[in-house]
Write a protein that binds this ligand. Sequence first.
Ligand SMILES: NC(=O)C1=CN([C@@H]2O[C@H](COP(=O)(O)OP(=O)(O)OC[C@H]3O[C@@H](n4cnc5c(N)ncnc54)[C@H](OP(=O)(O)O)[C@@H]3O)[C@@H](O)[C@H]2O)[C@@H](O)CC1
Ligand SMILES: [K+]
Length: 440
Amino acid sequence: MSRPILTAAAMRRAEAAAPVGLDLLMERAGQSLAEAALRFAGPMPALVLCGPGNNGGDGYVAARHLAKLGLDVRVATLAEPATDLARAAREQWTGRVEALATAEPAPLLIDCLFGTGLKRGLEASLASRFKALAASASLLVAADLPSGVEADSGALLSDVPAADLTLAFGALKPAHRLMPAMARMGRLVLADIGIAADSQWHEIGAPVLPAIAADAHKYSRGLVHALAGTMPGAIALSAGAAARSGAGYVRVSTSKPIAALPLAVVQTGDAKLSDPRIGCLLVGPGMGDLPQLLTLALTSHAPKVIDADAIRHVGEPARLKGQDAILTPHAGEFSALFGELPGTKAEQALAAAEASGAVIVFKGADTLVAAPDGRLGFAPPAPAWLATAGTGDVLAGIIAALRARGMPAFEAACAGVWLHGRAAERAGPTMTADDLLAHL
Ligand SMILES: NC(=O)C1=CN([C@@H]2O[C@H](COP(=O)(O)OP(=O)(O)OC[C@H]3O[C@@H](n4cnc5c(N)ncnc54)[C@H](OP(=O)(O)O)[C@@H]3O)[C@@H](O)[C@H]2O)[C@@H](O)CC1
Ligand SMILES: [K+]
């Protein structure tokens, strides 16, 4: 299952197209916030911080429901409501409204200051007051987004205290899956408030992998051909990962024998790139300074995974047009090939896919998979311990195997990213890239 991801503007459109009124959407958002906070925190005294927009409106609704559920709840506000919806929600709150500047803290702090409407950082005095109230609370619950986070970019526009729980309304926003914001969400829960959220952008979910046919043979299951370069360890990780990710046959062309390769991986001195059985060609891991390997790879008609050093040698993104390629750059490799692109990470990934005609796996703590047709996958959070040498080689091998097994490029890349993250969870915090292979 993959969940749609909507920008702030797309969210407003979805909201306007909803079959029910905005007041009912706000009622559902506020009620679900109250119920989630109570379930998460238990019946502890709560302080709801309400901003001037509809995020604040959700707060007044949540306060009303928390009071109805028997909680000791107070409301503090920054300013009077600025929208009709928020004003109507404010009017239905029969309790007192305190000034945020002087409100006493509470063990449960509910942040309804700003959501998708935030466009600039919080003023310094407000940011420090918010931080102090958060520091005095035992639990911080954020409505839609932690206040200070920019919905579309995941940037922190001012200092944002980390929430313990974030309840996203209607659909996930890019910031829920982009750094640095992603690390401030705490547990992320999506509340269905009755919006039909449809998008070409989605969170990458568990993949459906191709079944192994009853009459399969090693070639029909997929042949991965990898080009070895100067660093044998990296190609051994990639080829090992491909062999363990369901490729029927993994072959490495190398000028000298590589001791670290699994026995099941065939080593050959001949590049054999015209072999029509090649389901995916892998170039880059351990390549070193041998740009001729990339040149050779680009003469092949087979689908390709282009990783690591090979990315730096592409030179012009347009050189990849018509190559049926998947590129797996980290941030440094990405800017080496595509330059400093404007916009959010999501926009940059899509622009790179369009410029190269390739599927781009823009790696990082917030990996994105972009297709030239505008589809964009956001990886669910993966363990920080994946940030260690060789894990990129493993990822390239997994994706090459899935591509050779017949998955389309975008789906293979998304599935590879998902499997890689889950393998790291299973391998645990002391893992090395070698250990990852045993958990695929
Ligand atoms: N999508 C849906 O289906 C539903 C959405 N819902 C909820 O609505 C939320 C979006 O509401 P929203 O658009 O009113 O924006 P919101 O985040 O409240 O802030 C805008 C206000 O803040 C102000 N402001 C901004 N920055 C500021 C700053 N630094 N310092 C001070 N002020 C600042 C800004 O003022 P302005 O920039 O105009 O001067 C404006 O007044 C969304 O996140 C969700 O919680 C639900 O109710 C149900 C259905
Ligand atoms: K908020």
